[in-house]
Design a protein around this ligand. Sequence first.
Ligand SMILES: C[S@@+](CC[C@H](N)C(=O)[O-])C[C@H]1O[C@@H](n2cnc3c(N)ncnc32)[C@H](O)[C@@H]1O
Length: 392
Amino acid sequence: MVFQAVIPKMSTAPSINHEYILTYAKIRRQEHRRLKDENFDVWFRLSSFAFYPIPLNEKRYSNPDNDDRGNWKADPFDAPNIRKNLTYIIKNPQTGVEFLPPTGRCWRTDEKKFKKLLSDNRIIFGTNGKSRPQLKVFYEEKKMLGEVETTWYEGNNKGTVTEATKELQKNFEKKIFSTPKPIRLIKSLLRIATNSDDIILDSFAGSGTTAHAVLDLNARDGGNRNFILIECEDYADNITAERIRRVIKGVPGAKDKKLKQGLGGGFSFYNLGAAIDMDEMLEGKNLPSYKDLAGYVFFTATGEKIKISQIDKKNYYIGSAKGIEIFLMYEPNKEKLKKLALNLDFAEKIAAKFPRNKKLIFSLATFLDEWSLSEFNIDFAQIPYAIYRYVE
Ligand SMILES: C[S@@+](CC[C@H](N)C(=O)[O-])C[C@H]1O[C@@H](n2cnc3c(N)ncnc32)[C@H](O)[C@@H]1O
């Protein structure tokens, strides 16, 4: 798409006022891309990606001949390509003037279907009745199918960066971000590209327009879209997340009633910890803290967040999940780490403490054989290799 980011004021040189919106799909739909009467069933069943149509523009439909079927618009009756069965003479019944399709084109239907359309008062010959044939397209019959979006995203329809700056100012009372995108723009993209229960990822969150647009759309159409936003700058909390907090609760100065009341919804805010590089760990470099590694292995094994208060580092205990007691034998110190391994003493100690439960132990090494491990009801997971989902 081409997005008209700025509506230029007076300028002496051509103003660069557009930005590109690129679209990628994992599996792009190759056929039945456009929703039509003929493919209505199959269109919704296919899992490949196709853009949803946009609502018909009702303003383009009217009813000058008081047709019982309601408002309609006139579409050309010719179509691209030359096809023999779609090339025939159409005679204007009022004037007797004969028409062939324009050069290089054909009619939309074969002659038999055309005659049916004509007798059903679905063909007109211009507003004066003397021109080429046109097809009456009825609003009521087409509204389910909508119409295709175009690549031209005009500022007046989709909003501009200027509008977005003002929207943001309403949330923060001052200018705080230089290139925000308008909510209308992101909402338009969400409408044509997502289902009402999709998860929307924006890994360049900036001022958080994406989350605002998701919440706004959910509040209006009853959708249940979720969002994941990522922002690497230090304003992630006080601009990106803060904006979302405010639109959820309500923005006092907003003109829009819904925004003023608050769009509702919720989210969690996380700070990314230091990266844990398992290969470096083997070499004793950049060793993560005990808590960081404990949180990582615990989450990977159980899918649950570790409870920091349960960590008992002295006994290498990091918590339990679904009846399994979990241990991490680890020291963020190269020399200590080299000497650390699961041994008989430790196995006996924890077997005495948790005689019935299964025990999962993360450690760099073990001195116990398979038989002893199973005697103690211990599963041994060697870090950094054996870190995977353990508890289902
Ligand atoms: C142009 S802004 C996005 C504007 C946003 N659409 C809005 O309406 O506010 C791009 C944002 O991506 C962030 N960013 C750039 N590289 C990043 C990265 N690797 N991880 C996370 N955020 C990143 C920048 O800090 C900046 O805030």
